[in-house]
Every structure is written in C-alpha cells, then in structure tokens.
Write a protein that binds this ligand. Structure first.
Ligand SMILES: Cc1cc2nc3c(=O)[nH]c(=O)nc-3n(C[C@H](O)[C@H](O)[C@H](O)COP(=O)(O)OP(=O)(O)OC[C@H]3O[C@@H](n4cnc5c(N)ncnc54)[C@H](O)[C@@H]3O)c2cc1C
Length: 596
C-alpha cells in the first residue's frame, strides 16, 4: 500500500529562504500569513491529505464512480466524508475573496495545498480543483448578482463547479463548437447540446453543481468569435436562493478511463437547460480563459504531485529491497544482499525525479506568488510584469511539469521492478493517473504552440525579455561567488541556448510557420529546463546562506547535491533541444501524409 508524506519542510524552505514571503506583506492577505500561521496551515493541510485523503486513493481507483439508471452518480466509498472534512477545514475558500466568505489568504497557500491534495489523491482533488476554477471565472466575469448568488455557496463547498468546453467533434478547436443558446425572453437562455469528458459533471458530494458552459447564441458568428459563457445550475434556485427544481441537464454516461477512476468524467446532455450569460455575449472564450489558465497551472501542479508521491514510494522500496552488491563492496555485509539504493543506476533514476520535483515546486511557487501580485498589487507596473510572467510561464508549467511528472511516475515504477507493474503496490496507479495531465486542459502539443505562437511575440516580446533579463541578472550577480559557480555557469549556458532558439524562431518562423510548429515542443522543454535551472540556482544560493548561518546542514547539503545533479545530468539537454529546433521543419514536413 503506497504512502504519502506532504513535503512541508521543502515548501517552508522555498517560502522563507528562497522567495522570502515576508517581502510580499504589502499585498492584501499576506500580512495575515505570518511564518507561524503558514506553518500551522501547512501542518493542518498535510494531516488532512496524509490521513484522510491519501488512504482513499486506491479505494477510488478500484471502485471508481457508478452511474445509476436515473443518471445520478455515486463517488467511491469515503469520498463524501473526505470532501466534507476538506470543506469544513475551509480549504475550498482559503484564497477566495473574503467578501464572499473566503479567507482571502495568498493564492500561493492554495497552490501548495493543491499539490498536497493531488499527490494524496489526484481524482479526489479534481472536485475542489474545478470548483475553485469556476469560482475564479465567476468572480472576474460574473455579474454582481451572479457573484452573490453562487460564490458564497461554492466557496463553502456546498455547491461545486464544472467546466464544459469539449464536445464530441471538438476539443482543441473550440471554434467548431455546436451547443446552442436560445434566449427565453426573460433574461435566461435555453442551452441545448452535448458536452463530453466533463470532470465532476455529476456526483454526490455537493447539494448543487454549477456548470460553466460554452455555447453559441442563435445567430452568433461562426468560429471562436461567436462563443458565449453560461452558468447553468443542476438545480434551479428557488425564491430564497436554495436548490429547487431540477434543470434540464443530466449525465448521459460515465467514461471508462485509464486512470483517475475516482473522478466522474461525464457525458453531459443539455436539453434546453436554463442558463444565464456570464460576461459579454460572444466573449465567452475570453471569460473561460480565467478558468482555463487557473486550471492549466493546477494541472502542472498535478504532474509535479504525481512525480512526488511516486518518488516517495520508490525511495522507500529502494532502501529495503535487497538485490546484488554495491560495485564498491558490500554495504550491508550482515544481509544476503545490499539494498538497491547503493546502485548508481538506481540513484541516477531517483535523483532525476527529485531534481525535477524540487525545481518544479519552486517554479510553481514562484509563479503562484506572481499570480498573487497580479491579482492583489496596487502598483500597475508590478501587476503588469506579474501578468506577463504568468502568461509566459503557464504553458511551460502545464506542458513541462506534466510531461516530467508522468516520466517521473514511470521512472519510480521502474524502481520496483516487476512489483511496479503489479497493481497492489500502487505504482501503476500513479502512472495511469499522471497520464491524463499531459492531455487535458489543452494537450501538451497545444501548450507548446501557445508558448511559441502567442506568448513569445506578445507585446513585442516584453514577457520573454523580462524573463531573460531576470535570469541573466541573477547569473551575473552570483557568478563571482565561487560556491555558486557550479550552478551559475550551466544556467548561463542554458539561457544562451534558449536565447539562440528564440532568435532562430524570429529569423525563420515568420516566413515559414512550420518551423515554429516543428520546434515548439522542444522549445517548451528548453524553456522549462532553463526556468528550473534558474530555480535550482536560487535554491543553491538560499541553501548556502542558510548553511552559513548554521541552519539544517543535512537538508541544505541534500539541496546542493541535488542541484548539482540537475546541472550536470538534466540541464545539458538544452543543447539537444536547440539542435532539434534549429534543424527546422524540412524533415518533419517532407513525408507526404499518405506515406505515413
Ligand atoms: C479524463 C478527462 C477529463 C477531461 N475533463 C474535461 C473537462 O472537465 N471539461 C472539458 O471541457 N474538457 C475536458 N476534457 C477534454 C480535454 O480537455 C480534451 O480531450 C483535450 O483538450 C484534447 O481535445 P480532443 O480530445 O478533442 O483532442 P483533439 O483536439 O482532437 O486533438 C488530438 C491531438 O491532435 C493534436 N492537435 C490538435 N490540433 C492541433 C493543432 N492545431 N496543432 C498541433 N496539434 C494539434 C492535439 O495536441 C492532440 O494530441 C477531459 C478529457 C479527459 C480525457
């Protein structure tokens, strides 16, 4: 039976030593997040995840969700109680606006909790995760009345949320969307159509489900410019705002999936369901992007989370499994063999995962803090810089962290040999569950295209230039420090590769867009490596400082060694990415489709 321990110490190191949370105290909500409060919150969150949510991971995988004849859906045993505990702990609204009943604490704290929950039980975490995304979209684009009607109940967790984009014939290309909305004449619309793959579309955890649905108002233009966003409650509200009559929306079927069995993935039928427009007509994609961007970051966190929990279980096994002898002589001479953790290849594998997860966590927290600045700062310039950062980093966090998260789950599974392939050890579930993160919320190939096709050139390249400047300045500042050289020199070189790749696109992709398309995936990973390399350099600097102050030598040494491993073993891949990008699209595009 796999286990999970939330990485609270690592998070505290990042918040206190690397990112200096106290420097954000000018932002609303941060002054309340004193070091003691943060520590207490994380300890409480860790306890819930380790003791209540994680033990249900396997139950959820084995039982799955069940749909009854009447279209109702039952979640796996224990999910209801765990969800109640999550809501009673105030986790749904930890960062939600206080005016609607939230606690108004930094988004960063919610992001940390998202990692813990997703490691403990990815399928379970999607119920609150989607609700939080829907809260964000309604908060930004909903009318005052919609906010007053829906937000308090959603923030309390009594009502959950969903995101309805995908239809049988369209996922990536939402311009093809067919679900239609016809005005009822009373300010509401009748929504008709079929949505597929809707996570948490129907379940028994909450009193009501608030669907956010993309649809085309009758007569609206074709393509993405004619899409509007609607709020469609499962139960229509009575005069007192309580769930009353059933709306004409129902779950037609549950999908049978490779993983995340504990999450209900539904075909949703809208048969003239009553819905209300959110934001402006025909600007629905724009409104939905609030939810999609939140969700993309959250999915990146899911990738990291699966890598982390898989790593923890692989390490536990590697310390106990006795096979073979160390190449340098027995390490456990009293035993019939040494534990496999003595073998260089086992260590290489484990360190590859750890060097990724620790950098990924830093990247996630760095971005979450920027999200707090973007939403809470009163300084317009600061806000804009933070928004630039988020726009640029969102596809990187989503694409790279989920690819490497899945890769990490596979690597961790490998550490258990044949037992990794046997269900009862739980490693196979991590692999199966992690796989979806690369696909949903925009498949990773689409994230790469978003980065290269939209984000790089946006506002004359302002965001990417700011990123280059920040990493470059850090390298320059820290380069003279002898102890930092093993970290700074590789990051400088990798940054050079990223800049060359960016220049290559500027010179070669305008005239031939296929050059951008063919290099985009490599570029996304090259970007991710540089960003994670920068995170490692910052962590190394913080670790050296804490060590010099006499703090926690063992943990800091582990940081420094893992960081060196990243620099020597993972970061050099930037050269290969650059070579592939600058090879251009010729070989990729030359083969005629019929020759495949
Ligand atoms: C378990 C699960 C849960 C989900 N939850 C939700 C949910 O809650 N709400 C919701 O609305 N949807 C949800 N989805 C849908 C999911 O977001 C889509 O499946 C995903 O966005 C891809 O769309 P598609 O399946 O139609 O693939 P397609 O769009 O058909 O893409 C197929 C492949 O072609 C590639 N491709 C397509 N167009 C391009 C292009 N222009 N350039 C390069 N490559 C391209 C893609 O990268 C992909 O690899 C879920 C899906 C699953 C499986």
């Amino acid at each position: 039976m796999p286990t999970y321990k939330a990485p609270v110490e690592d998070v505290l190191f990042l918040l206190n030593d690397v990112f200096h949370l106290e420097r954000y105290n000018n932002l609303p909500g941060f002054a309340d997040a004193t070091p003691d409060v943060v520590q207490a919150i994380l300890a409480e969150g860790a306890k819930l995840c380790e003791e209540v949510i994680a033990p249900l991971n396997r139950v959820g995988d084995q039982e799955g969700c069940r749909r009854a004849e009447d279209g109702s859906v039952r979640t796996p045993s224990g999910f209801k109680d765990a969800y109640r505990a999550y809501c009673e702990g105030g986790w749904m609204g930890i960062s939600a606006p206080a005016e609607y009943g939230g606690q108004g604490l930094p988004t960063t704290l919610n992001t940390i909790m998202q990692e813990f929950v997703s490691s403990a039980n990815l399928a379970f975490g999607m119920y609150p995760g989607l609700t939080q995304g829907a809260i964000a979209a309604l908060y930004v684009h909903g009318s005052e009345e919609q906010k007053r009607t829906f937000l308090p109940k959603m923030i309390e967790g009594a009502w959950t949320g969903t995101m309805n984009l995908t239809e049988p014939h369209c996922g990536t290309d939402l311009g093809l969307l067919k679900t239609k909305a016809v005005p009822n004449g009373d300010g509401s619309y009748a929504i008709t159509g079929t949505k597929i793959f809707i996570s948490a579309g129907e379940h028994d955890l909450s009193e009501n489900i608030i669907h956010l649905v993309l649809a085309r108002i009758e007569g609206a233009p074709a393509g993405t410019k004619g899409i509007s966003l609607f709020v469609v409650p499962k139960f229509l509200l009575d005069g007192e705002g309580r769930p009353g009559a059933r709306n004409a929306v129902s779950c037609g079927a549950l999908e049978h999936k490779m993983g995340i069995h504990g999450n209900a993935t539904c075909v949703m039928n809208y048969d003239g369901a009553k819905g209300w427009l959110v934001g402006e007509a025909n600007r629905g994609l724009n409104a939905m992007f609030v939810m999609m961007n939140e969700a993309r970051l959250a999915v990146g966190v899911q990738g990291l989370a699966q890598g982390e929990v898989a790593y923890q279980n692989a390490v536990a096994y590697a310390k106990e499994r006795l096979q073979g002898r160390s190449l340098t002589g027995p390490k456990s001479p009293d035993k019939p063999a040494d534990p496999i953790i003595v073998h260089p290849d086992v260590r290489r594998t484990l360190l590859s995962i750890r060097a990724f997860t620790e950098a990924a966590r830093a990247l996630v927290l760095w971005t979450a803090l920027r999200s707090d600045v973007a939403h809470r700062s009163e300084d317009e310039k600061e806000r804009q810089a933070a928004e630039d950062h988020m726009g640029l980093l969102t596809p990187v966090v989503k694409g790279v962290l989920t690819d490497l998260g899945f890769d990490s789950a596979v690597k961790a599974q490998q550490m258990l040999g044949g037992h990794g392939y046997i269900e009862e050890w739980g490693m196979s579930q991590f692999v199966r569950d992690a796989r979806i993160t690369q696909i949903y919320e925009g498949a990773n190939g689409i994230q790469a295209m978003d980065l290269v096709g939209r984000k790089l050139a946006k506002d004359g390249g302002r965001a990417v230039m700011a990123f280059f400047n920040e990493v470059g300045a850090f390298c320059q500042e820290s380069g003279a420090d002898e102890a930092m050289k093993p970290y700074v020199a590789p990051v400088s070189q990798a940054l050079g590769h990223l800049q060359q790749a960016t220049m290559w696109f500027m010179n070669n992709a305008m005239a031939r867009p296929d050059n951008a398309g063919a290099g985009a995936y490599d570029y996304m990973h090259l970007f991710g490596l540089v960003a994670m390399g920068y995170m490692w350099a910052r962590m190394a600097k913080a670790a050296l400082a804490r060590k010099a102050n006499g703090g926690d030598a063992a943990m800091m040494d582990a940081k420094l060694i893992t960081g060196r491993f990243f620099m020597e073993r993972l970061l050099p891949e930037t050269a290969a990415h650059l070579a592939r990008i600058s090879a251009g699209a010729d070989a990729v595009m030359s083969l005629p489709a019929e020759a495949f």
